[in-house]
Design a protein around this ligand. Structure first.
Ligand code: ACO
Length: 388
């Protein structure tokens, strides 16, 4: 294709360009509606559990009681990780980012379960179970290891979310806190062709193993324009420090053409429905366990932004209130994005399966802007030309 012809269809960031058919998740960015497999996010967050939602996303339908019990039991059985994975985590620098530790440990699972039999339904089921079961354990293990402690083993009497909070904080969580955390996982589980899911699908399209698929998605999620934004939101709220400073901060940031973290979304022109639910969860949590002062700053920032950013269709996204919820739950700031990964692995795996169902390797084209063909010259000639 000539450059002239391809420029007509070139869309930076692939904005608005469909790259696949998908039946997993639907977003109406003008109405602020999000659904997984036809179920609204509001209904799922109110009534479902993370594991039930993960099952729905990956296998396409809500499970029967027996299917759900089997799925939960399998996940529970596979929560432990090999001592070799724990030893590997111990070798990582304690100062490293937990997303890097997670990306490496997720990839390392491919060494332990390396058959790459992706056309075998049993292998697929086992990989789904292992990834959903072990990622929380690896995130919690790295957290304790970097504090100089030994990781603690999962507790079989605790459900998925409660067990993660227990492995992380070494305390059995309050049931309301555990339920709120589980609802956060539901909200983050899937969001169509975001950068990390696209990355997962590209990797999946090469027919590599699911551990490599998830590891590539984790690496993509880590960036500050994607999952990493929730860490930056808290830093920004702390920098603003007080509700009456929000207006000045906003004015100065906009003048400097700085992005307001936790605001804006390629898909939404209204407030992200997940941000609305997360705000409700934050309020529920604060009512029970005491308020985070930064919540008032967040409210003030959202209010001030409604006069200058909303006209451009820029509203709070999922990352704006999630950090406040996670902090109240006792989750350290640099674990916010790994927690996002614990949840989003469900969506990545759903897309992995869907990609394999109608696979064609991703291989987009480009518009070449480099030099035309020229002749190689000896280094002496180049030295003279450069004055070296
Ligand atoms: N603050 C201020 N202005 C913004 C923001 C923001 N957060 N987001 C977008 N804009 C402005 C841009 O400056 C640009 O304005 P201009 O046309 O006058 O130059 C316009 O809106 C379009 O912005 P883009 O960056 O081109 O929008 P894009 O769709 O490419 O980016 C993104 C979406 C990356 C989410 C962006 O809004 C952003 O960087 N937000 C802050 C980071 C963030 O919160 N990321 C988390 C997203 S949710 C998730 O990934 C889980």
């Amino acid at each position: 294709m000539s450059n002239e012809a391809s420029e007509i269809i070139f869309r930076p960031g692939l904005e608005g360009v469909p790259v696949t058919h998908s039946s997993i998740c639907d977003i109406d960015g003008l109405k602020g509606k999000l659904s997984y497999r036809g179920y609204s996010i509001e209904e799922l967050a109110a009534h479902s559990t993370f594991l039930e939602t993960a099952y729905l996303l990956i296998w396409g339908e809500l499970p029967t009681e027996e299917q759900l019990n089997d799925f939960q039991a399998e996940v529970q059985m596979h929560r432990r990780v090999s001592f070799r994975v724990r030893d590997m985590l111990k070798c990582f620098p304690a100062t490293g980012h937990p997303m890097d530790a997670l990306q490496s440990s997720a990839a390392s699972l491919g060494l332990f379960y390396s058959r790459r039999a992706i056309d075998n339904p049993e292998y697929v089921y086992d990989a789904v179970i292992r990834l959903i079961a072990k990622i929380p354990t690896m995130v919690a293990a790295f957290q304790l290891i970097r504090k100089g402690q030994d990781p603690i083993q999962p507790r079989d009497d605790l459900a998925y979310s409660a067990n993660f909070l227990y492995m992380l904080t070494e305390r059995e969580p309050d049931p309301i806190a555990a339920r709120i955390f589980d609802r956060c996982l539901i909200l983050h589980a899937e969001h169509s062709l975001n950068a990390s899911t696209f990355s997962a699908r590209v990797t999946a399209s090469t027919l590599t193993d699911p551990y490599a698929v998830v590891a590539s998605a984790v690496g993509t999620l880590a960036g500050p324009l994607h999952g990493g934004a929730n860490e930056d939101v808290l830093a920004m709220l702390e920098e603003i420090a007080a509700p009456d400073k929000a207006s000045l901060y906003l004015e100065q940031a906009i003048a400097k053409k700085q992005k307001i973290m936790g605001f804006g979304h390629r898909e939404y022109r209204v407030k992200d429905p997940r941000a609305t639910i997360l705000q409700g969860l934050a309020e529920e949590l604060f009512a029970r366990f005491g308020k985070d002062q930064m919540y008032d700053v967040a409210i003030a920032l959202e209010r001030e932004a409604s006069s200058c950013l909303a006209s451009k269709g820029i509203y709070p996204n999922v990352d704006f209130y999630s950090g406040l919820v996670y902090r109240k739950l006792g989750i350290p700031r640099d674990l916010f994005t790994p927690v996002f990964a614990i949840s989003r692995v469900a969506g990545w795996l759903a897309h992995w399966r869907e990609q394999l169902g109608a696979n064609r390797i991703f291989r987009p084209s480009q518009i070449y802007t480099g030099k035309k063909i020229r002749s190689w010259r000896p280094i002496e000639e180049r030295n003279i030309e450069m004055g070296a």
